[in-house]
Design a protein around this ligand. Sequence first.
Ligand code: HSE
Length: 400
Amino acid sequence: MVKVAILGYGTVGSGVFEVLKKNQDMIADKMNDRIEVKYVLDLREFEGDPVQQILVHDIDTIINDPEVSIVCETMGGERPAYDFTKRALESGKSVCTSNKELVEKHGCELLKIAKAHQCSYLFEASVGGGIPIIRPLRTSLVQEDILSITGILNGTTNYILTKMETEGLAFEDVLKRAQEKGYAERNPDADILGLDACRKISILTSLAYGKNVDFQDITTVGITAISDKDFLYAKKMGATIKLFAKSVKKDKKHYAIVAPFIVKPENPLYAVKGVFNAILINGNMGGETMYYGKGAGKLATASAVVADVIDCAKHEGKHLAVEWDDEKLEISPIDGAVRRFFVRMGQTPQEQIEAVFGEVSMFADVVPGECGFVTEEMTEAAYQEKAGQFGNILSMIRIN
Ligand code: HSE
């Protein structure tokens, strides 16, 4: 019998409890052993819920119980999750988590502690919710030189952009609706400003290259400036707009960005709609592989945590290696990244635009009183320099 403790009985924690209960016989058959939840830690009481019988309020009960070999940290946030995780690992208990904030900030250090104490720190659920992406990166793709990772890593913003596209609505109206339906948080800043996606691409990049990425090195632009007018132009181009989290290795340099991109139907990520997430990885040998599914939600995220629990249970007493060194991975300034740009500007003659930007594809009559154009390929720095010569630029979206 493998005994597990769950820290935090919120959405994901209660989901882990549910997955382990509902699928317990099937899991036992596959494992040749049973998994039992011995404790759930939460400050609250849950009268009438079966969890009440195993509810504890003091982390010491779990840490000091040698029977507990696996801890699911589903509390979220940095503190006290960090201290509890550290203590669990130091006492030789493996920890499985969905906590992306903790993984992004302390993953490297916690992995070292796990290694030193012959236990594991696994975090499949921290990126892409229920999508298997961490395990493929550390096992199936370990032989690949990863050339690029492009992800739709945030369900809230993908839902908002999809609704703007299909219903022609303004950003604020869709956000309000998303909040009413519970798809967007009451304080949606981390999602709409791109910070959530930034943490996730930071974790994926660290794992892809085995070195530590500081998420603050990643240029991050959210979707708050995207308007229904941008979608009119995108439609004219036969394209859509997606918030991409990208990490690219080119000429031995690494670039990373989170920003809205104009995306054509040829890109497999074009078809990812609503709250779904997907990650497209390009390896130098196997080429492209894509991973798709629910990026959030109780059971999807909990299912990924339980996959890690089973992995730890099957390897009790062993450390499951995740390569993530504390050496810093240098992310090059985005200035050197080369791409095309879609620009909206107040009504301006094409010759005047081309005198600065070179040849452009014009969209003159999509929105009254303005024009839009797509540039040829140029560096981000060149774009900034040219755009600085105009005082009437309304918006810019990168082209994938
Ligand atoms: N706020 C996140 C999203 C939840 O919308 O994708 C999952 O990390």
